[in-house]
Design a protein around this ligand. Structure first.
Ligand code: PLP
Length: 358
């Protein structure tokens, strides 16, 4: 069976570095706010090309805290209905209302030129690791919080995602391109005040937690997770490059199938997922066929957010969301681990091709 993801392989590949990092934590025992957290915040800020990063407990918290720190709580925020639930969850969590805007059929990213003018902010999601066309936001003049949970290392016009808006949320959930061994996240921003507010909010709402200024959270990135992430940072460009290489193999091996649409080529894409579109209503049939033939796949995401019970009465819908609805019915993500062998990619492609003759 070729799994969607086998994290054991990645761990074995950099075991020495990770074990040493954990060993160091066991020695110093500073589990909360240890030196590794501060170092990671600096290393990630420099990598992304922003002035400040603040480690938090998850990608979801990173979104919540970024929205609140920017004063976007209680506001109408435009976002995509074709994303993981956390993107729009975060808006509700801070008392706001998501305003769903349709997606581009080729990139699956939100149509950034169709954002209504009466929203106070926008959360573009660089879905599957494919950067949004951020230039389209340039003259809108509203707050932009990037959801970079799937796009660590992705580039747009030579700049990293996460440096393109007012603040950005990253997730270190284990399956993400840069993942830790549990939950974790980081907020990135060039704005010193926003960074400071995130830090305060994440620490019970006070610079001094025994004398608080506002209602906050307890949301920290653990020292040990930071240590693991620092060890993995050494390899992130190599791992992302390996994902791109495997995407290239898929393109070569899956070319010319008329019922299959491959992801739109994009130089800055880091292929958190390699997601194809299956036409003629055959997506679920293909997934079943692949499973029976030793290939795991996943549907990210089968239900657009505006169709979920959670959002049904708690969102605005801007125009038609037909592209998002069609995508939810047609997408299928194939396994794309950085350490998949050429032979495994060939095996997946061969199984897809055989389906043609069913
Ligand atoms: C994973 C993910 C999140 C949430 O991150 P967590 O660390 O799981 O809280 C948010 N948005 C998107 C697009 C994601 O893929």
């Amino acid at each position: 069976m070729i799994p969607m993801l086998d994290l054991r392989r990645e761990y074995e590949w950099m075991k020495a570095d990770i074990d040493a990092a954990i060993e160091e934590c066991l020695k110093h025992q500073r589990w909360i706010n240890g030196a590794e957290v501060t170092t990671l915040e600096r290393v990630v800020a420099d990598y992304i090309g922003v002035k400040h990063c603040v480690g938090v407990a998850s990608g979801t918290d990173a979104l919540v805290l970024a929205l609140e720190a920017w004063g976007l709580d209680g506001e109408n925020i435009a976002t995509t209905p074709f994303t993981f639930v956390a993107t729009a969850d975060a808006i509700l969590r801070v008392g706001g209302i998501p305003v769903f805007v349709d997606i581009e059929p080729d990139t699956f990213n939100m149509k950034l030129d169709e954002i209504p003018v009466d929203v106070q902010g926008v959360i573009p999601v660089h879905l599957y690791g494919c950067p949004c066309d951020m230039d389209k936001l340039a003259c809108l003049g509203m707050a932009v919080i990037e959801d970079c949970a799937q796009s660590f290392g992705a580039l747009y016009n030579g700049k990293k995602t996460g440096s393109l808006g007012d603040a950005a949320a990253f997730s270190f959930f284990p399956s993400k391109n840069l993942g830790c061994f549990g939950d974790g996240g980081i907020v990135a921003t060039n704005n010193a005040d926003v960074a400071e507010q995130v830090r305060i909010l994440a620490r019970h709402g006070g610079k001094d937690k025994y004398d608080c200024e506002r209602l906050g959270y307890n949301s920290r990135l653990d020292t040990m997770q930071a240590a693991i992430l620092l060890a993995k940072m050494k390899y992130i460009d190599t791992l992302n490059w390996m994902r791109m290489q495997r995407a290239g193999w898929y393109r070569e091996l899956l070319a010319g199938i008329d019922w299959l649409t491959l992801p739109a080529p994009n130089e800055g894409h880091v292929y958190h997922q390699f997601t194809v579109r299956v036409k003629n209503g055959k997506r679920d049939e293909l997934a079943k066929y692949l499973k029976a033939n030793g290939v795991d796949t996943m549907v990210y995401y089968p239900v657009p957010l505006h169709k979920m019970k959670l959002f049904r009465d708690r969102c605005y819908i801007h125009g038609s969301l037909e592209n998002a609805e069609r995508a939810a019915a047609e997408v299928l993500s194939l396994p794309i681990e950085p350490l998949m062998s050429r032979q495994e990619v060939e095996q997946v492609a061969e199984a897809v091709r055989k389906f043609t003759w069913q």
